[in-house]
Design a protein around this ligand. Structure first.
Ligand code: ADP
Ligand code: MG
Length: 256
């Protein structure tokens, strides 16, 4: 358990209570409850179609769950399908950084502008201040020298590091990663995981959907196994060495 969790009055950064989500008549998430404390790293694993992406997307209301509630920094963003008014929702969304499998960079903007555009447009920062912030975040992901490049000139690993810098430029309270290395050639996975490890060790609160078991073992405080709901959770060594649920066992066998 990391230090901030032991602080008696620490409040969760993100709390999910009894969440349920359907698409039409198909129920994809049910009875999910989760508390993520400051500086905690939660890794989510589970088979394709088990609802991992949908759960992350619910956390900033890219999808609206019909049941249960999600609380971010002590504020309910959605309760039983009722979402906060747009303005408040957008303010809270800024606390939640998101990194996707496909980097989603703006192709027509330089690396620097990709990172600075959020602070300028959404946080109302002046151009020079937003660019200073963007340069600092690019330095953090090891890409200070590529500020003037365009996304097409970068490798996949570099693009994903820009996407991480872009999310960090909003100074979020929690970072959500949805299979951030799945689209990368194997030799580029390490540089992205390295950046994520550094973030975790600086105390960033993170939820990471990944099948990189080495990363989970090194960094995760807790691993959740999903299959429509959380079928099992525990320390990485418990889940990987001694999985209890038959579906965890077969899933782990399938990815080894
Ligand atoms: P995972 O990320 O674990 O692979 P997803 O959250 O993407 O799983 O999907 C969970 C289930 O929800 C799947 O059966 C998927 O087909 C379904 N689903 C996801 N998004 C939508 C959508 N927008 N409309 C209808 N069904 C969806
Ligand atoms: Mg997914």
């Amino acid at each position: 358990m990391s230090a901030p969790e032991m602080t008696p009055n620490a409040k969760p950064i993100l709390e999910i209570c009894d969440l349920g989500k359907s698409f039409g008549s198909v129920r994809v998430l049910h009875d999910i409850s989760l508390k993520v404390m400051p500086s905690q790293v939660v890794v989510i694993i589970g088979p394709s179609g088990s609802g991992k992406s949908t759960l992350l997307r619910c956390c900033n209301c890219l999808e609206i769950p019909q049941q249960g509630s999600i609380t971010i920094c002590d504020k309910d963003i959605v309760t039983d399908g009722v979402v906060l008014p747009e303005k408040e929702l957008n303010a809270l969304r800024m606390h939640v950084g998101m990194v996707f499998q496909s980097f989603n960079l703006f192709p027509h903007l330089t690396v620097l502008d990709n990172v600075a555009v959020g602070p300028r447009r959404l946080r109302g920062m002046k151009k020079a201040d937003a660019e200073d912030l963007a340069r600092a975040q690019l330095a953090k992901v090891g890409l200070a020298e590529r500020a003037d490049a365009y996304p097409a000139q970068l490798s996949g690993g570099q693009k994903q590091r820009v996407a991480i810098a872009r999310a960090l430029a909003m100074e979020p309270r929690v970072m959500l990663f949805d299979e951030p290395t799945s689209a990368l050639d194997p030799e580029l996975v390490g540089e992205v995981l390295q950046v994520m490890k550094a973030l975790a060790s600086e105390g960033m609160t993170m939820i990471v959907v990944t099948h990189e078991m080495g990363f989970a073992r090194d960094v995760a405080d807790e691993v959740l196994v999903m299959d429509g709901t959380v079928i099992e959770h525990g320390k990485p060594e418990e889940i990987f060495s001694n999985p209890q649920h038959p579906r965890t066992q077969s899933f782990l066998q399938s990815i080894l």
